[in-house]
Design a protein around this ligand. Structure first.
Ligand code: FAD
Length: 474
């Protein structure tokens, strides 16, 4: 059976795919989504949402442990993993229902099966018809004017270090844990590694964070990496940077796993109950029928032009499957831009320097735009302003004085080039910085947008004043 009256077939119902489908429906397109697991994809079921729900539980426990400092007396708090996991699932389920409702509201047909792109055929002279294989073995062919590939990504590992879900795990496994390990070696200190290091630490797990590069959160401004490393160490997390893990030395015993790492001239022996691999994610392009098309794949990711068109003019690709910044809000925006291009709406290419990047550890990290080093490497004459949260009233009220806001600006043009934050709720505060960059604001303009008192947002206004030597409280 075939359905060939469609305008758009989306393969993959993750954040990129379902948001694109909604925008396409708003633009009057007849849309179908093919999803092999669950609408919402990685972000909703294995990523952003469940990890933040668990981080929230960890944060509540950490706050309860210091409740006495707020004058709240109680017996020592205890952590119940099963209740925390149940709450996490409740949040996910509520949002999952919301996505299902949105599909109905926008009359988007959802096919629960595996989608594969077909080459040119009787159903379509161009490559791009999609065959759907349902769990019961039935198949159906969907043919639309356009096809959007949004098949996302999956955890990757180091060569020779296979993830067995028991002693060597990834984020998918950790999100389904039924007991807390006593100790964990976290391999990879990017956003996911640092979030889990923070979460486990709050739950009383002994954490070693191992990073190949010379500093943790290596894509962030170096001041940010240093501040986060300082605070994580203060909490008892062991950090080993410049470390090359040697998978061939992996040894799995009863409840213990050992592995060696080369750090400079020395070889370090590491031991824990589990090794958690957080070295990034690889695009999902296999078993998709791409070989029947002209679509190009480079280093595992689908190659697209600046409007997300593949080498087949009617097939677009967005989100984690095209590599680059693998973030949910990036996938969603790419999806919107792709379907707007299909509809003939003129779109400027996306400017990835305006994308905020967040790490939801304790303290949180958020940034947008160029780091100080990147700005200098790009030839800017740089001026900076930094304001510490310990000089901010609201941060002290919250009992969270660690961190700062740092603004990087151009000395000649006065444009803000980048904003880098470590501290309480900075993943929410970063949006003001994002808007400042979109509007090409100067530090003076940011400082003269009055920030209410006492709020954490005052740190942004103060850092902007410091850029031009006019800081009031710092
Ligand atoms: P996905 O969400 O991966 O969706 C792809 C969908 O395609 C999946 O549902 C899959 O089942 C389906 N699919 C694949 N192949 C087929 C096929 N052949 N047929 C049918 N369906 C198919 N990002 C943030 O912005 N903020 C965060 O805080 C954040 N935290 C994260 C935490 C963790 C632990 C992880 C793992 C990721 C996190 N991310 C975060 C990244 C974010 O989850 C991804 O960037 C985002 O989900 C990408 O969306 P996508 O639509 O491209 O792909």
């Amino acid at each position: 059976m075939s359905d060939d009256n469609l305008d758009l077939v989306v393969i993959g119902g993750g954040t990129g795919g379902y948001v694109a489908a909604i925008r396409a429906a708003q633009l009057g397109m007849k849309v179908a989504i093919v999803e092999r697991e669950k609408l919402g994809g990685t972000c909703l079921h294995k990523g952003c949402i469940p990890s933040k729900a668990l981080l929230r539980s960890a944060e509540v426990l950490a706050t309860a442990k210091v409740a006495e400092t707020f004058g709240v007396l109680h017996s020592p708090p205890e952590f119940d993993l099963h209740r925390a996991m149940a709450r996490k699932q409740q949040v996910v389920t509520q949002l999952y229902k919301g996505v299902q409702y949105l599909m109905k509201k926008h009359r988007i047909t959802v096919y629960e099966g595996i989608g594969r792109i077909m080459g040119p055929s009787i159903f379509s002279p161009q490559a791009g018809a999609v065959s759907v294989e349902f769990p019961n073995g039935d198949t159906k062919i969907l043919s639309g004017r356009f096809t959007l590939v949004a098949t996302g990504s999956r955890p990757k590992t180091l060569p020779g270090l296979s993830i067995d879900g028991e002693s060597v795990i990834c984020s998918d496994d950790a999100l389904e844990m039924t007991f807390l390990p006593k100790s964990v070696i976290l391999v990879g200190a990017g956003a996911i590694g640092v979030e889990w290091a923070s979460l486990y630490c709050d739950l009383g797990v002994d954490v070693t964070l191992v990073e190949f590069l010379p500093r943790i959160l290596p894509l962030e401004d170096s001041d940010v990496s240093s501040e986060v490393a300082r605070t994580l160490k203060k909490r008892g997390i062991r950090i080993v940077t410049g470390a090359k893990l040697l998978p061939e030395t992996l040894n799995k015993g009863e409840g213990v796993v050992t592995i060696s790492a080369e750090v400079g001239d020395t070889t370090l022996q590491l031991e824990a109950e589990k090794i958690f691999v957080a070295v990034g994610r690889e695009p999902v392009t296999d078993n998709m029928g791409l070989e029947a098309t002209e679509i190009e794949v480079h280093k595992g990711a689908i190659v697209v032009d600046e409007h997300f068109r593949t080498k087949e003019s009617n097939i677009f690709a967005i989100g984690d499957v095209i590599g680059g910044l693998q973030l949910a809000h990036v996938a969603a925006h790419e999806g919107i831009e792709a379907v707007e291009t299909m509809s003939g709406l003129a779109n400027k290419p996306m400017d990835y320097t305006l994308i905020p990047r967040c790490t939801y550890s304790q303290p949180q990290v958020a940034s947008v735009g160029l780091t100080e080093a990147e700005a200098m490497a790009a030839g800017h004459m740089v001026k900076t302003g930094k304001f510490q949260f310990r000089a901010n009233g609201k941060a002290l009220v919250l009992g969270e004085p660690d961190g700062f806001v740092k603004i990087v600006a151009d000395e000649r043009t006065d444009d803000i080039l980048g904003v880098h934050m470590v501290g309480p709720h900075v993943t929410d505060l970063i949006s003001e910085a994002g808007l400042a960059l979109v509007l090409n604001a100067t530090p003076w303009e940011v400082a003269h947008a009055v920030h209410p008192h006492p709020t954490l947002s005052e740190t942004m206004g103060e850092a902007a004043l410091v850029v031009d030597g006019m800081g009031i409280h710092g």
